[in-house]
Structure formats: structure tokens, C-alpha cells
Design a protein around this ligand. Sequence first.
Ligand code: GFB
Length: 313
Amino acid sequence: MQFSDKIYVAGHRGLVGSALMRRLEKGGYSNIVTRTHAELDLKDQRAVTEFFAQEKPDHVFLAAAKVGGIVANNTYPADFIYQNLMIQSNVIHAAYSNEVKKLLFLGSSCIYPKFAPQPMKEEHLLTGVLEPTNEPYAVAKIAGIKMCGAYNRQYDTNFMSVMPTNLYGLGDNYDLQNSHVMPALIRKMHEAKIRGDAQVSVWGSGTPRREFLYGDDMADACVFLMENRNANDTGEFVNIGVGEDITIRELAERVAKVVGFHGELVFDSSKPDGTPQKLLDVTHLNKLGWRAKTAMDEGIGKAYQDFMRRYGA
Ligand code: GFB
């Protein structure tokens, strides 16, 4: 990726997309093209085709997606499969048609089977049944990986796919129903502290294990791969994670400490647990030359500061 190259960041206002913008600008890239959702609906094939023909980007970060936590996935399965299939199909095909030099497609660690061996290696894809709460989303993301691979095979394109673990950080979604666990806990604990509540409700049993990667680390990994690696080096796709996980109970305790909530955690068994464990094997990524840098407590602290800046009372 050259400094003069035109880079399209699809989804530049999202958690990963906004981190990509910060990382690219810091890295000296200035020829970046973006469109808001209102300006360009990525589900609209004609609009995407016109946009690519007009802008002719050299590099594409495909970070636009319909995303959400466990309950959002479970409540809006049609939206998750339809929107993601449309967005990624339109962008990947337009990237091929317009001779984009390199594209990076962002997936998710939920592509792996519900009971995949842990830590999950890239080779575990499609070796078992998926977790039902997010199966439609996972199927869309698997289609994205396979689409990039198919275009590389048939058309000799250079489309890479990366599968991040659970992400958190600046610009996250703090909606109490639809968000992921980290932002939900930050908000719940902050509000409980302000109100002086004695308890905070944590969904599920608290026993599922999850791995958390800071959004700016994720962006750094994506730019590293775009700058230094090609689809031939990455294989079908690469996991992006930290290589360590914790239980949801441990996560809640850590967030409570950072936020300063000293009350009790109450586990709500009416809410789903989802996959029992999601830990990525990051050997492949480490061999390609990248590892995560942000310690979890530091990352939670920065996310909390960002929450306070945006919503704080
Ligand atoms: O982050 P999360 O919604 O997604 O939930 P998944 C992780 C775990 O945290 C689950 C528990 O066991 C939840 O029950 N949890 C506890 C909470 N309290 C809360 C809360 O207040 N809010 C939320 N949201 N969870 C998603 C997938 O799975 O992960 C997506 O549905 C995507 O497809 C994403 O892959 C990264 O890790 O279970």
C-alpha cells in the first residue's frame, strides 16, 4: 500500500472503521475515501457499482457490517443475514470489477462451530454446527470468506479475510439491548454507580469464556496485513485476537473495578449464554508478524473514558 494509493474504508464510522481511520491517518495515508450510510447504501448494488466506477479505489477495507450482541443477533436474524450478504457481495464484486489491488474483508470469530476445539484454529472452519443465536450472521461471514477465496482462485484477485475475536473500544455501541457485553457492562455499571444501585444484572450464567481485543489493535493488525502481506501469505483467512480469554464473571469484576462500582453482580439466567468458549488460536497471525499490544485493563479504561466523553454525566 503506497501513500498515494486511494484507500476506501467501508464502515468508517463503526468501531473498527473509525479505528482504521485513526491508524491510517497516523500512518501518513491521506488519500482516503469514505461515504456515510446516508450517502451510499452498500446494500444497493447499483449505487455501489457507480461509486466504485467513479472513485476507483486501489485498496479496500471492508469494515461495514450489520453487527450486534447476542440478543440483537437472536432477535433480528433476517436483518443480520440479509444486510451482511448484500453489503459484502456488492463491495467484493465491485472491487473485482474495478481492479482493486487489495481488499481486506472483516469477519468474526462466530464463524467457528459452537463446540470447536479451543483455541480455535483457522482449519476448524466448517467442522461442526454453529451457535444458533448467531448462525445467520455467521453464515453471511462464512460466505464472505468463501467469496474472497473464490475470486482469488478464479480471477487472481488479492482479497484477504480476517476473523477478529470479540472487539471493544472507542466509538462502541452502548445500547443496553443490542450491544455486546463489554459496552453493556460499562454502561450498566456506570449508571448503577451514579444511581447508587446495590446490584447490576449480568446476562446468562457468567461462565462463558470470551476473548477481547481492543479496536485500535484490530485496526493496527488490518493495516499491518494490508501493508505487508498478500492473500497468498494469509491463506483462506487469519484469526485476529490476543490469545487469552476470561469468563464473563471475571470480565464483569474487571469492569466494576475500572468503573468504580462496588455493588453485587446478579446473573440473569433468562438471557442466553451463547457459545461456551470463544478463544482464537493466533499462531498464524503471530507468524505473519503481528501481536496485540493493549492490556485489557488499559483498554477498558480507555473505553470507559470514551463512554464518559460521549454520554457521561
Ligand atoms: O458480547 P455478546 O453479546 O456476544 O455476549 P457473543 C457475550 C456473553 O456475555 C454472553 C454475556 O454469554 C452474554 O450472555 N452477557 C452478560 C452480556 N451480560 C451481558 C449484557 O449486558 N449484554 C450482552 N450483550 N451480553 C456475539 C455474536 O456473540 O459476538 C455476534 O452474537 C458476534 O455474532 C459477536 O460474533 C462478536 O460473544 O455471545
